[in-house]
Design a protein around this ligand. Structure first.
Ligand code: MN
Length: 723
């Protein structure tokens, strides 16, 4: 059993100056609140927090982490409160304890690899501070060590979770000794027989192997230290159970066929020695082709660095050898924790670029968070907000879904299934009814409520975040609009047919309608009806297709007769428009200008058909256009025969001097341009900005007058203001 003194000794062995007062205080506190509680093993509960705190001390973490290790179960299992912990140990410790408690409330279902990866990311995201994750790992390790007292079913579940989530997480963070132990402990409970077999065989080999290890270590020591005068620490060890088992499974081989069961490690003083030692070994023993790896030049994602080689040893057997420096070794064993300790050692000094490079693996995790510009900002991100652009949420079955930050309950519904999204009427978040637009937070459990009668609505688009959900909603809405337009188109056509005493269903059956559609450039009748419904073509144009040339002529004359001044129609001239806009293929259509982009003659235009409200005019490139269905866009042009004035915004950047404004207005009035609004404000540095609303007839006129204004002394820029 671990005692308080063991923890203190462990902390001092790393940094003798460490203040341990808080640790002592936490010990007394946790002993008090856990008093009377027993573990399954029959031991007092206190054994667990002490065990966890000791592991944290072994990781060389700071005092706050060790204290958090002692207190990590108090919020969940005792009467202790956050306020109390805050008062006694400060906000830092409270934050860590709260974080670990939050993580402990989560249980995971096992699943495919992606699911496991999401869970790992969620754990990191939720912990906000890597120390929370490290305390959680220590907690898990101690629980795994004492798993024998738990009932078999739960034991298996915990082991699975450890193997799928926590061991890989330890590996990601580069803490290999924890990873190895977690793997072996899980392996022991999940596959007892193979574990037993490997154990026995390793044990049987032990004595023999131990002698062999000593022999090789001795030999290497002589060669490296005595003959070549390099300082090195050499050790040999048997591989851990699970890694042998994995190799057996991966290559479908027996235990006896697994080579490199023994691995030697040589720890040198500096990088140069790593390569010198490698040269020595390759000269002594024949290297196995394809087994040399230089992770010093190219570190692994978890910033592991080492030279790896496999050689044929003194008896012709395969031997794996790893060569690295002391510092690389610490990183390999302690991973992120080593970095932490190192950082504390240098105090306030900023982490150098070299250290930053070692964070390459974190950067890899942050692939999607592309906008990391500043190294200091980056370190901040690492500390508190690792996966800041994602949220991780649970289905009621415990599956984790990763969604972009800002995603809502409705996005979640669409992530589950398209049909669930379409029929979503509400959601329960953590058991409470919540609106569909509710933004999700890490760790939320979401149950989607559906109703078969529900349909996607247009305002859903205003709050869904994922493009998946957006596209699904849009496609339904478009399909509905189409359907409605088709119905309207059919009604219009029916009415028009009645007026001309044409039997529409007959035309339909005979194929005349289909031919008319083709004639007018539509794929089929339905397409034509949609166009009719949107108002892109008129019913009379369809009916014209049913007539013989003579009939057409007669019909035209009939129409002309109803017009008041027939004489004026004789000469063919361009259609005249009231609005100054010509709409392709349509007469007498109501035209409105969008309030957004204020186009003026000379700008390229796009028209948007709005049923019942005619056509809205936008300048090409206007942002509003993106929200409209491209199917409703039609070609429109300025009517050259028609001149109206259009109001447009103008901004002038100039010196702040008296009389300048008068110069500007006189230029405008000289060119006959009306000013409807004017305002000016002084800026820093003797500059001023002047905003005007003017009425112009064309883009040319505007460009011209802007150029003239810029010629005024003291004006630095005159520009058109869009939107
Ligand atoms: Mn615990």
């Amino acid at each position: 059993m671990i005692r308080l003194q063991d923890i203190i000794d462990q902390m001092r062995s790393h940094s003798p100056e460490t203040n341990v007062d808080e640790v002592k205080k936490a010990y007394v506190y946790t002993a008090k609140v856990h008093q009377g509680q027993v573990r399954r093993s029959g031991e007092p509960y206190l054994v667990h927090p002490l065990g966890v705190a000791y592991i944290i001390a072994q990781l060389n973490l700071d005092q706050a982490s060790v204290v958090a290790g002692l207190l990590h179960d108090t919020l969940e299992d005792t009467l202790a409160t956050e306020t109390e912990i805050n008062e006694l140990f400060g906000p830092n410790v409270r934050f860590l304890v709260e974080g670990v408690t939050k993580l402990s409330k989560i249980t995971f279902t096992s699943g495919e690899a992606r699911q496991a990866e999401n869970v790992r990311k969620m754990l990191v995201a939720m912990s906000q501070d890597l120390r929370v994750i490290l305390v959680k790992l220590a907690d898990r390790l101690h629980n795994m060590r004492t798993l024998e007292f738990i009932e078999p079913k739960r034991r298996e579940m915990i082991s699975k979770e450890t193997l799928e989530i926590f061991a890989p997480l330890a590996n990601r963070l580069g803490i290999h000794w924890i990873r190895r132990e977690l793997e072996d402990l899980s392996f022991k409970w999940l596959n007892p027989e193979p574990f037993q077999e490997i154990s026995e065989k390793l044990e049987k080999m032990q004595e023999e192997q131990q002698k062999y290890i000593e022999e090789v270590v001795d030999f290497l020591n002589r060669t490296i230290s005595e003959e070549n005068k390099m300082q090195a620490t050499i050790s040999g060890r048997l591989k851990h159970h699970y890694s042998i088992f994995r190799k057996m499974k991966k290559k479908s081989i027996d235990f006896d066929q697994v080579f490199d069961i023994i691995a030697f490690r040589i720890i040198t003083e500096d990088i140069g020695d790593c390569y010198r030692v490698l040269g020595l070994i390759h000269a002594l023993w024949k290297p196995v082709a394809g087994r040399f790896k230089d992770y010093i030049a190219m570190p692994k994602i978890n910033r592991y660095q080492s030279l790896h080689t496999t050689v044929l040893g003194p008896y012709g057997e395969r031997v794996e050898i790893q060569i690295r420096t002391r510092k690389m070794h610490n990183v390999a064993e302690q991973g992120i924790a080593a970095h932490w300790a190192y950082k504390e050692g240098v105090g306030e000094k900023l982490i150098e670029d070299k250290e930053l490079a070692q964070f390459a693996w974190l950067r890899e995790l942050l692939r999607q968070q592309k906008d990391v510009k500043d190294p200091v900002e980056f370190l901040e991100t690492v500390k508190v907000d690792l996966f800041s652009d994602e949220v991780f949420c649970f289905t009621p079955q415990g599956h984790v879904k990763a969604l972009p930050k800002g995603a809502t309950a409705l996005d979640f519904a669409y992530a589950v299934h398209t049909e669930v999204g379409h029929h979503c009427v509400g959601a329960k978040i953590n058991g409470k009814i919540a609106p569909l637009r509710q933004k999700l937070r890490n760790g939320d459990t979401i149950e989607i409520l559906t109703n078969p009668k529900q349909k996607p609505s247009k305002d859903w688009l205003s709050f869904v975040k994922t493009s998946r959900a957006k596209n699904k909603v849009r496609s339904v809405i478009r399909a509905e609009q189409r359907k409605r337009s088709q119905e309207i188109g059919r009604e219009i056509l029916e009415k028009e047919c009645k007026r001309h005493k044409i039997n529409l269903s007959k035309k339909w059956k005979s194929g005349d309608l289909g031919r008319a559609a083709e004639e007018l450039g539509y794929k089929n009748t339905d397409e034509m009806l949609v166009a009719l419904g949107y108002g892109k073509i008129s019913a009379s144009r369809v009916l014209e297709q049913f007539m013989t040339p003579e009939q057409r002529k007669l019909a035209q004359e009939a129409i002309d007769e109803t017009r008041p001044s027939r004489a004026s129609q004789v000469v063919k001239r361009p259609r005249k428009s009231k609005s100054g806009i010509l709409v392709e293929g349509m007469d007498d259509v109501m035209v409105r200008f969008g309030k957004c982009c204020n186009p003026i003659p000379g700008d390229n235009l796009v028209g948007v058909i709005t049923r019942g409200r005619g056509v809205t005019v936008h300048a090409e490139g206007c942002r509003r256009l993106r929200d409209t269905d491209p199917e409703r866009h039609i070609e429109i042009n300025w009517d050259a025969a028609h001149s109206t004035v259009h109001t447009v915004g103008v901004r002038i950047h100039c010196e702040d001097r008296p009389g300048l404004l008068a110069n500007v207005t006189s230029v405008l009035s000289d060119t006959g341009i009306n000013i409807s609004q004017i305002s000016a404000r002084a800026e820093d540095g003797g500059m001023a900005v002047c905003n005007l609303k003017v009425s112009v007839a064309s883009l040319d006129q505007l460009t011209d007058v802007l150029r003239q204004i810029e010629k005024i002394k003291g004006v630095s820029l005159a520009e058109r203001v869009k939107e």
